[in-house]
Design a protein around this ligand. Sequence first.
Ligand code: ATP
Ligand code: MG
Length: 908
Amino acid sequence: MTMPSTPYMQGDSEDSDDEQGHRPATGPAYSGGFSSSSDAIAEILEGLTEPQREAVLHDEGPMLVLAAAGSGKTRVITRRIARLVHLGVPPWAILAVTFTNKAAGEMRERVLSLLGHDPRLTRGLTVTTFHALCARLLRRYAERAGLKPDFTIYDSGDQASLCKKVIEGLQLATSTWPPRSALSVISNAKNDLMGVESFAASASDFYNKTIARIYAGYEKALRAANAVDFDDLLVITAKTLQRDAEVRQECQRRWRYLLIDEYQDTNHAQFVIASMIAGASSKQEQQEGTPAEAPPAFAGGFSSLSSSAARSPAGPSIFVVGDPDQAIYGWRGADVSNILEFEEHYPGARTVALGENFRSTAPILATADHLILHNKRRKHKPLFTSKAGGEPVEVVLCRDEHHEARLIADWLRGLHDEGEQHATRTMPSSPAKRRGAEQQSESVAWRDMAVFYRTNALSRVLEEALRDAAIPYVIARGTAFYDREEVRNTLSYLRVVANPADNISLERIVNTPTRGLGDAALSHLEAFASAEGEPMLEALHRASEVRDLSPRALKGAQNFVALINAWTAGGTFMGAQIGSSLADLVARVIDESGLRGMYKKQAETSKSDADAQRLDNLDELISSARQFETTYDPAADPALESSPDHQLLPPMLAMLRAYLESVSLVADADAVDPAQGAVTLMTLHAAKGLEFRAAAVVGLEEGLLPHSRSFESPAAMEEERRLLFVGITRAMRRLLLTNAAYRTLRGMAERTIPSRFIDELDPAHARISNQASVLSGLEGTRWVDGSEGNLDEGASRLGRPSRFGSRPGSSSPGGPQSGRGDWPSDIRTTDAARRLTSPGGTSDPSFVPEPSGDTPPFKVGQRVRHPQFGSGVVRSISAGVNARAVVDFAQVGRKTLVLEYARLTAER
Ligand code: ATP
Ligand code: MG
């Protein structure tokens, strides 16, 4: 398993040589530094449309680029950065912020290549995410922000454990007060910069009053553990910037050009951070209560970069790009009014619209456009391309999730093996015409294809189908590696080493492997720690003072403390035993903690692959530390910067903290690695900003997409529509949308209702095919509940017409209109149908699986006959239990048939 890249990017900070060497003269920003070559500028402007040029060439002052999907917003940001540098703006004065580490990495790469990878032009350039920026600022200004510099960043799992303890400590039942629900309310409050007191003051009912108590306890516990959660990274930074003029001024002096991508998804805290760094407009200053006049320059840190704190009379150079139609994080507190009201926040701001889409074909754009027109709260921006042609969007209704997954696998395989013009095998069209098209089309590489879904739970069945079809894939779940039990355990040891107050991590591993510190011993230790007002680790140190501790537990505590002391040289990190290698420290922790021994024994006993894999993952973690070590630059570590308190920070401890921070900030989208040569599976949320030649969106069903939590709120429903819009607009050339008539969720197979969004697609550009109840794909399948999976029933329950079944020219010979009388008499149930039976098992007794050997019964190119479809030619065939053949039939076009049920015979 490979790990996603971490957000520490080399050069992601100032560099002192550079500061001196390329410091511009005081005065106008463009006066000094590099000579600007007109050739280089011409190259930067090459291929841009007129409005794109206008945005790139914009000089000083605020600018808003409000433009549709795929119109070049991100491209404009990268070109603008390159242009600024060529004009003489020092790279360290530029701060570009995006939403994922991956996007930041790509943006950086694009800028580096525009600047010819010349380190003089790029050193000190900051391209980062909001969270990584904040983590960096908080390390640097920890004390001023009210934190200790060795703080730990808690992820959602840690947060849930901590919140659970708080809820239990308040004598509340976690069944009535689920920690994750409480955390969601707390998170929203934090992102609105609402602290414990103001939340408590505004709480009027029992529910909110109780949440206020949980919030207070949770905050107290976080600070006691010297930890921050993800929201805190933003919130504490925003508040520090608002409150502390020196910190604010330092940031403003350092970063004179701020560029933000995907601005539509900023929340209030991010908005404040951006405006504080940009130099708030007068309106903002009035609102936030910050002084308009800057105090004298702060002597240390960034202020040495430039004595020119004077801002342009044109206003702060904040340059934001975004598309309100792609605002998909409202549920997490993002506020689209940040972009809609940009001109109010920054009077005099210039606005540019970009217009033309350069990513997708006309049918894909028309589909996206038609869908988003159903949102009422929006200003319409046309989506158009000057390119002609393009395949229609394919929409296929499948029987169940297994059918859907196999259909997707076939589609991907077809694009890969036969090229872009490959039509869905289930689509009717003349085989001759299609063959002609196939000859012209180029194969689509696996890495250029993606499958999107609304929730992660949908990925499992897809994975199975892709594995069966031997299609390489990666799941963009960046945190997955670091979430594995063995990896988390190791990281928990490391976190205790880095932050002795981290009780949550300590409790996770203090008795893993077992060392006599069971629940009873822990509660004695906890009681002692809480009475003394000390962290748990201190209680372990003083275990001999803890009453009622068994001799075994006492021994266990002493052993544990001895381990930690050995790794930290008694907490100093200065001893000879602490080498300079982070990887060596990680290896020591794995070995000496007993984790490796424990997992080894487990693997030997169980002989399972999964357990053997755990040992590999431990080694992979050591490699990740080694990799980090090679890219880590102490000069770029904010914790080692000028603040006198940090001067003494042992280098090993600084590196360990930076490593743990980088691991905490990994996000799902970071795992997308086009170099991997694999199809990407990811959530729609993680897909934003990306593009793929071919993309499929699965699960277009009521309750899934739109998600059930949006049913009650028109605003949330519009956000769901935007989410599908984002998915659709990722596709460059081919797009497939699917749903399933039956889906097993939480262990129950349920009849689904097709998504209302399907009815909102443009029929002129979509080819819709109902495969749920037709004799294609899974030949001879019948549902055990007697239904044929006709979706009209579901649709009519919603009181709206459905295209399925009523669409003329339906691809199926049976069609959804066909009654049961159309089914062949020797019908059999499929695996899927059997899964639909009750747990007691009432599956069709006539089902007798036919033996299927490893050798396919037909050859590619062979002529075959199907009782209903007539004569055809086998195009491809697979072996095994679920062997399937792709057959081009003269009358009905291409079909994928499950051989076991298809009743194909060789034609002579
Ligand atoms: P999104 O809204 O999805 O974030 P975006 O507006 O940021 O999209 P980009 O990703 O910058 O759009 O560009 C979309 C695609 O169009 C990219 O492949 C980009 O290289 C290409 N592109 C942008 N502008 C031009 C242009 N002037 N000429 C040719 N291709 C372009
Ligand atoms: Mg973009």
